[in-house]
Design a protein around this ligand. Structure first.
Ligand SMILES: Cc1cc2nc3c(=O)[nH]c(=O)nc-3n(C[C@H](O)[C@H](O)[C@H](O)COP(=O)(O)O)c2cc1C
Length: 334
């Protein structure tokens, strides 16, 4: 058997996910669609479709298309504030999706029960110990703890601190997957040894051969180093924008201007706070599409984690997973 030490330490995660390696490719809006998701799952990892702002009809099509590319299990990531959340859950239910990841805050009332009724396992993000305990009590099946090194929307605490705080408290009660800043198998080995059931990576998979991200987007990743992946700043204390980690470009400045514009509309009382926050989220979705799909790496959003410096060339999903597994096994065997 290949990777005996790794497989032993990952067994809880692989039993839970139903795959060979407990390496999830975190959902990435516009990037995590049928091609990348199926490639990850076919390579023995666990792909997750990013539903993002998709309508129920689009999600229905995406799941069906992914199933045409793989017979292996994969998950669907739903954003809790999506106005059609319950309908999206129903779509997953009709397709018998085995795992649903809920992102973007505490699951709204009724959503956990609705997912449970479809038979899918529920995975939630826990950005702090208190929330992790609360989610365990709510009856979710697994947690992802994601540190601020990650790409995309981030919390305030680093992965290493979250892992030390949360794993000893809850890892004996349910599988916990560690995310944020993981670029090498050696880091995977150390989180497994700390009690994680597996890991979730995003940045490392963006430039996979099977990823549909625009060539310009991939080239920007190859050029970047860790310090280029910076967190957005909040310009108005009243407007609680969730920070986003992305490569610095003109789009970073445009976001600051967008916040000022939204804050001014708030001042004029033309806008409710919830609507203001939704406008900010729509802004990100549009900016990310511009960079990932259209290749506008100047003005679009180049969401990337600090591990971006470890992404230096295009490789297939299978090559990336094999490299991570080999590195982890070497570290564990030592
Ligand atoms: C380009 C990009 C887009 C992302 N979009 C989403 C998303 O739509 N939903 C979500 O839950 N996480 C999103 N993430 C976070 C990833 O799912 C994953 O948790 C994160 O990338 C892990 O950290 P890493 O980037 O350090 O590997 C995104 C990350 C990146 C890099």
């Amino acid at each position: 058997m290949t990777h005996p030490n790794l497989r032993r330490l990952m067994s809880r995660g692989t039993d839970f996910l139903g795959c060979d390696y407990a390496i999830m490719c975190g959902a990435m809006s516009w990037v995590s669609e049928r091609h990348l998701v199926s490639a990850i799952s076919n390579a023995g990892g666990f792909g997750v479709i990013a539903c993002g702002a998709m309508t129920p009809e689009l999600l229905d099509k995406e799941i069906a298309a992914t199933k045409e590319h793989t017979i292996k299990p994969f998950g669907v990531n739903l954003i809790t504030m999506h106005p059609d959340l319950m309908e999206l859950i129903a779509v997953c239910g009709r397709h018998k999706v085995t795992h649903i990841v809920l992102a973007g805050g505490l699951p709204p009332r009724g959503s956990i029960d609705a997912i449970r009724e479809t038979g899918a396992k529920i995975i939630c993000f826990a950005p702090a110990l208190s929330l992790a305990k609360k989610l365990v009590r709510t009856g979710v099946d697994a947690l992802v703890i994601e540190g601020m090194e990650a790409g995309g929307h981030i919390g305030p605490v680093s992965t290493s601190v979250l892992a030390q705080e949360i794993l000893p408290e809850v890892a004996d009660q349910l599988p916990v997957f560690v995310a944020g800043g993981i670029g090498r198998g050696r880091a995977i080995a150390s989180y497994l040894e700390m009690g994680a059931a597996g890991v979730q990576l995003g940045t490392r998979f963006v430039c996979a051969t099977e990823s549909i991200a625009h060539e310009n987007f991939k080239k920007a990743f190859f050029r970047a180093s860790a310090r280029d992946a910076v967190a957005s700043v909040q310009v108005d204390p009243r407007l609680p924008v969730i920070p986003v980690r992305a490569l610095k470009n003109k789009g970073t400045e445009a976001f600051t201007a967008k916040q000022r514009e939204v804050a001014a509309t708030l001042d004029e009382e033309k806008l409710e706070m919830s609507e203001a926050q939704l406008q900010i989220e729509h802004y990100w979705a549009g900016a990310l599409r511009r960079a990932v799909i259209d290749g506008d790496v100047e003005n679009g959003s180049l969401m990337a984690g600090q591990s971006v410096g470890m992404v230096t060339k295009e490789e297939t999903a299978a090559e990336i997973i094999a490299a991570l597994a080999n590195e982890a096994e070497t570290a564990l065997a030592r």
